[in-house]
Design a binder for this molecule. Structure first.
Ligand SMILES: NC(=O)C1=CN([C@@H]2O[C@H](COP(=O)(O)OP(=O)(O)OC[C@H]3O[C@@H](n4cnc5c(N)ncnc54)[C@H](O)[C@@H]3O)[C@@H](O)[C@H]2O)C=CC1
Ligand SMILES: O=C(O)CCC(=O)C(=O)O
Length: 388
């Protein structure tokens, strides 16, 4: 029986895929796997049994990814599974930042009780809420991954001129990006050119405070900024100052902090980007499938700290899965250690990712505890797991 700890509410559309070999709940002790959405895991102790964490979502800044790999714990996410949900809220927020919809609805509510006067008061007061159309305006999309691409392409079809910036653009993303999206060569080009700027990059030490005092100064007066990626990409103090000075006309964020809540021209949304039934189901299904594939067969798909590797299981073979450092001669040591233990390697795959690597050996012959210890004692080894 595999034990899965659920740190957040996960759609049953996903968890029902676990089947009879699994037990899952928020109370599970010594789990083999963890399912998580946004819960912070930085102060959690990773149990000895823990093999994998699946993030039902995209951002993994709530997970100590580097510490995980040092402990032989594979971390997965669900790329693209919630991208459409975020795209739709970003498009909605393009309009919200333009047309003063939120403040105008709040104002309309103040007219309650004015009886027959309401329609006259509406016509008199509405001019305070005039805002521009997005058609013909320029949008800068920073980060052209699953979400950024959908936003860029949709904004094009809404009549915007779109600039995209992503120095690490993947080949898949390039294929999916509309040819009419302009390629910005630098962030400064986006800052100088765009009426609207939307952020779709992961939060990393490099992207923290991507929008701050210096970058705000380079932007057009009256720029509108959307942040549906992570709060710390934007320096809130600098943003509030820019809003007060009118440098920024409006800031829509899915990650409000205490300073931003209720501030004028801030549209504070309580992290709803991925909160649609469709996206929650997609993420849960993908996360559960990734965990099962890894726990049952050692195959890795969509990991953020290990290479992708997948090998069909041959009936009758046992599988040895090894997480190790990416250093010379390691594979040679595996084959000689197996040979010395009378284990025959029928099939194997090995892939590296940066400093780390993962090797699957499908073997025949008895895999004794001594043979496993001999592998574990090799210098570069992080974790050895046998699946029978
Ligand atoms: N509001 C919400 O509920 C959600 C928020 N997110 C956030 O949005 C972020 C993006 O999500 P996806 O598009 O699914 O991820 P993704 O991994 O598909 O795309 C991220 C893109 O950012 C690019 N990038 C990385 N560093 C960059 C830099 N310094 N400058 C420019 N581009 C850079 C990458 O090359 C990649 O193309 C996530 O990391 C997460 O923090 C994701 C899903 C839901
Ligand atoms: O699970 C959620 O609602 C958060 C989604 C998110 O922020 C992400 O996928 O990075």
């Amino acid at each position: 029986m595999y034990k899965i700890l659920c740190l957040n509410k996960i759609s049953p559309v996903g968890t029902k895929r676990f089947g009879e070999k699994y037990t899952f709940s928020p109370e599970v002790q010594e789990p083999d796997g963890i399912l998580v959405r946004s819960a912070s895991m930085h102060d959690m102790e990773l149990g000895e049994n823990l093999l994998a964490i699946a993030r039902a979502g995209a951002g993994v800044n709530n997970i100590p990814v580097n510490q995980c790999i040092e402990n032989g714990v594979v971390v997965f996410n669900t790329p693209g599974a919630n991208a459409n949900a975020v795209k739709e809220l970003v498009l909605c927020s393009l309009f919200l930042t333009s047309r003063k919809i939120v403040s105008s609805i709040d104002w309309a509510k103040t007219l309650k009780g004015k009886g027959d006067e309401v329609s006259k008061l509406v016509e008199k007061g509405k001019s305070a809420f005039t805002g521009p159309e997005i058609q013909g305006k320029t949008l800068g999309v920073i980060g052209l991954g699953a979400i950024g691409i959908l936003v860029a392409n949709a904004a094009k079809s809404l009549g915007m001129t779109v600039y995209g910036y992503d120095p690490f653009l993947s080949v898949d993303s390039a294929w999916n990006l509309s040819r009419s999206v302009n390629h910005a060569q630098s962030l400064d080009e986006i800052f100088a050119t765009c009426d609207y700027i939307t952020l779709h990059v992961p939060l990393t030490p490099e992207t923290k405070n991507l929008v701050g005092t210096a970058s705000l100064q380079k932007m057009k007066d009256g720029v509108r900024i959307l942040n549906f990626a992570r709060g710390d990409l934007v320096d809130s103090d600098a943003m509030l100052e820019a809003l007060q000075k009118g440098k920024v006309s409006a800031y829509a964020t899915d990650f409000p902090d205490d300073k931003l809540l209720c501030a004028e021209n801030v549209i504070a949304i309580p992290h709803l980007g991925a909160s649609t039934p469709e996206s929650e189901d997609n993420c849960a299904e993908m996360a559960v499938d990734e965990l099962k594939e890894y726990l049952e067969d050692g195959n890795i798909r969509n990991s953020v700290n290990m290479p992708a590797i997948s090998m069909a299981r041959e009936p009758g073979t046992k599988r040895i899965c090894i997480i190790h450092k990416n250093v010379p001669n390691t594979i040679g040591l595996f084959t000689s250690t197996c040979g010395d233990a009378g284990i025959n390697i029928e099939n194997m795959q090995s892939k590296s990712r940066g400093e780390y690597a993962y090797t699957i050996l499908d073997v025949s012959g008895e895999v004794t505890a001594d043979a496993v210890s001999a592998l574990e004692n090799l210098e570069a080894i992080i974790r050895v797991r046998t699946i029978v």
